[in-house]
Design a binder for this molecule. Structure first.
Ligand code: GAL
Length: 685
């Protein structure tokens, strides 16, 4: 056992594989953090080679709960469950398939564990009981299980006694296990994120409102839409072009189609409106693409949609791909990408993606490359912007271990709202960001509930890729595509505008939370259990989350008229009214469709930006400071050049806002020349 970074312990079991997430990492760990003793005793960790691969055994205490494994959309607390971590876009059952499975989990006992493998590892969290342990069980416990319904019988098997976590890594003859010390659960996750290289800090514009028009939009339609948004007062920081911008897309050419005859003209027109342009693409390269021949030497031995599958773990492959994208898009002013289809699907017809039996030039097989493609694709694209010294914020459909430094937000074609909310709660355990994107809706209520949630997520995205008009003009897909608008479209537009203005108001607070993610690894969006691991009432809360240190959001889904919310210990206040709620208990709230249950820690200073159409508008630096309760909890904002990496070398200021009993005061630390906040007014709540 070796302490490889402060508080990060490595245990090498057997003969680990050569090609693993840590072995192929692109970011060095971030400094900082104190050394700590290994939270698990060495003798409690063991490994065993079998004919199937390698099995790791870890201890699991009675009542200990485990969370993580990446973007699990179908379950939360993993105690008592078994998961096989397979990259997949359309999981039908809670078996571990995910856009972004991550072989990392965090424990309520204040530590985290990374199993360094790109294989489809299977985790058993106290779910498998060895004969030796079962023999010790009391016979009486088993007797009662033959009474009652099947559910009662199964429930009585719920494992809460001391046990083990088993992890089976197929094929391998060994594996490195990394253990992250706490002392608390959130400290362990922050340590994992620092080990990954620290969290990402998006450019400020990335935290504004995103919109992706229908896939066949052309230049004229895209520009007209931007104008229509401005006419309606709808904020928009990013417009994302869907497949139609390319000459061929499944597989991709990465060449502008005749819908966009003059890309530079479009980008300039967008910039004039304060809007950044993002491009959809995927990684499978069409034979007509100028990239086909140069990338052929790096291709695997199977194709997808007639395109080659480049091995982006090879530096020369990344450089060739990035250089082309730079020259054709980024140099013109494109600000980011949406990296689609880099997961896989075994659940839809026709199934698509490359097979596990594929062989890649680096020596990876298809199973390993499924796990590593999303990460290496993110690295490839990120490197273009790094070389320009420009920050970027993107979308991606697959990720894996050590992803925290990548400014990429996961999304999905799935659309169950409840599962989307669980994604937000789960993402923060594993260094991921996830967007519960909004497309069409079942009803006006459904549309509003979805927008309310996305406003409190890492990326406020409307992905209207199959609807012609904004969904607030018509949420029914067919009518929307026939230009048949709602009778109350204007009223709905006004309501949606209000929600997007709320998002714009939150940008300074969100930006500061992301700055902490970058510098200390603390996730900006977190499950309640992460901050309150000693409170069993938080163990199952998978529909509410913390944003930064002060806000608790409990989104509502369509059909709910009341909402039960558990508030952890302390005193909380309603975000809108300031009404006081006692923590350590559940509250049942009436939730008319206009109400988003958001709670603020009593005493918080919460600065809100003047809402603007885009985040770079200097008017957004004027703050309305909300003072909740006695205002005893100051707030620290982050100021820098919000588009470059200068902050990484110390070029930033912090602005502390506090309440002196009569007025809100801003104290700036640092002398960096950059846009700075001003307190315009304050209001007591
Ligand atoms: C899907 C993607 C959607 C949209 C669509 C366009 O794979 O998840 O968001 O981009 O492709 O064809």
């Amino acid at each position: 056992m070796e302490q490889v970074y402060p508080g990060v312990w490595k245990v090498t079991l057997g003969q680990p594989e050569a090609l693993t997430p840590v072995g192929l990492r692109h970011h060095a760990p971030l400094g900082g953090g104190e050394a700590a003793a290994c939270p698990l005793p060495a003798e409690a960790i063991s490994g065993k080679a079998t004919a199937r691969g390698y099995v790791v055994t870890l201890p699991l205490a009675a009542e200990e709960q485990c969370y993580g494994l990446g973007l699990q959309l179908l379950s939360f607390n993993q105690r008592g469950l078994k998961k096989t971590l397979r990259v997949n876009s359309d999981p039908r059952a809670d078996l571990g398939d995910s856009h972004a499975p991550v072989p990392f989990f965090a424990s309520t006992h204040g530590y985290g564990v990374l199993i360094d493998t790109a294989r489809y590892a299977t985790f058993y969290f106290g779910q498998a009981t060895p004969l030796a342990a079962a023999a010790k069980a009391k016979k009486g416990d088993l007797a009662q299980q033959i009474t009652g319904s099947a559910e009662t019988m199964y429930a009585s098997h719920t494992v809460s006694a001391e046990g083990h976590v088993y992890v089976e890594v197929p094929t391998a003859a060994g594996v490195d296990v990394y253990i992250f010390a706490g002392p608390t659960m959130v400290d362990a996750v922050a340590r994992y994120n620092r080990f990954s290289g620290g969290g990402c800090l998006p450019p400020r514009w990335g935290l504004g409102v995103w919109y992706r028009p229908r896939l066949d939009y052309d230049e004229t339609q895209t520009t007209a839409l931007a104008d229509a948004f401005h006419a309606d007062g709808i904020p928009c920081d990013v417009m994302g072009l869907e497949p139609g911008w390319q000459t061929h897309t499944y597989s991709c050419t990465y060449v502008w189609s005749d819908k966009f005859p003059d890309p530079r003209r479009l980008i300039t027109a967008m910039q004039a409106r304060g809007i950044h342009l993002n491009l959809w693409q995927h990684v499978f390269i069409h034979p007509d693409s100028p990239l086909y021949t140069p990338m052929l030497p790096y291709a695997g031995d199977f194709t997808v949609w007639g395109g080659i599958v480049p091995d982006l773990t090879i530096p020369a492959a990344r450089h060739t791909f990035a250089a082309f994208q730079d020259q054709e898009h980024v140099a013109l002013g494109v600000s980011g990408y949406k990296l689609d289809e880099c997961d896989s699907s075994d659940y839809i017809k026709p199934q698509w993606s490359f097979p596990e039996i594929e062989q890649f030039p680096s020596g990876l097989d298809g199973e390993q490359y499924h796990s590593l493609l999303g990460l290496n694709y993110q690295e490839t694209v990120n490197s273009i912007f790094r070389a320009h010294g420009k920050r970027t914020y993107n979308a991606v459909r697959s990720s894996h271990a050590l992803a925290a430094p990548y400014p990429f937000v996961l999304y999905s074609d799935l659309y169950d709202h409840r599962d989307f909310l669980r994604g937000v709660v789960n993402m923060g355990f594993s260094g991921l960001l996830w967007c519960p994107e909004v497309r069409d809706a079942k009803s006006e209520e459904d549309l509003l509930r979805r927008i309310q949630a996305v406003v409190f997520s890492p990326q406020a995205l409307i992905n209207a890729w199959y609807i012609k008009n904004a969904p607030w003009k018509q949420w029914r897909t067919e009518d929307n595509n026939n230009d048949q608008f709602l009778a109350d479209a204007d009223a709905l537009t006004a309501t949606v505008r209000g929600l997007f203005e709320l998002r714009m108001a939150l940008v300074p607070y969100l930006y500061a939370a992301f700055a902490r993610y970058a510098q200390s690894g603390t996730p900006p969006f977190r499950a309640l259990v992460l901050d309150y691991p000693d409170d069993p009432e938080t163990y199952a809360v998978d529909d509410a989350w913390l944003v930064g240190d002060r806000l608790l959001v409990a989104p509502v889904t369509a059909g709910q008229t009341t909402r039960e919310v558990y508030l952890p210990h302390g005193t909380w206040q309603d975000f809108d009214t300031g009404a006081v709620y006692a923590g350590g208990q559940k509250h049942t709230l009436d939730v008319p469709v206009t109400k988003i249950p958001v709670f603020v820690k009593a005493g918080s200073i919460l600065p809100l930006a003047h809402p603007t159409l885009h985040a770079a508008d200097p008017a957004a630096l004027n703050l309305t400071v909300r003072v909740y309760g006695d205002g005893s909890l100051p707030c620290t904002l982050f100021e820098d050049d919000p588009e470059t990496y200068a902050f990484e070398t110390g070029a930033y200021n912090t602005a502390e806002i506090r309440w002196d009993g009569e007025k809100a005061l801003l104290t700036r630390t640092g002398t960096t020349a950059c846009p700075g906040y001003t307190v315009a007014r304050w209001e007591k709540k």
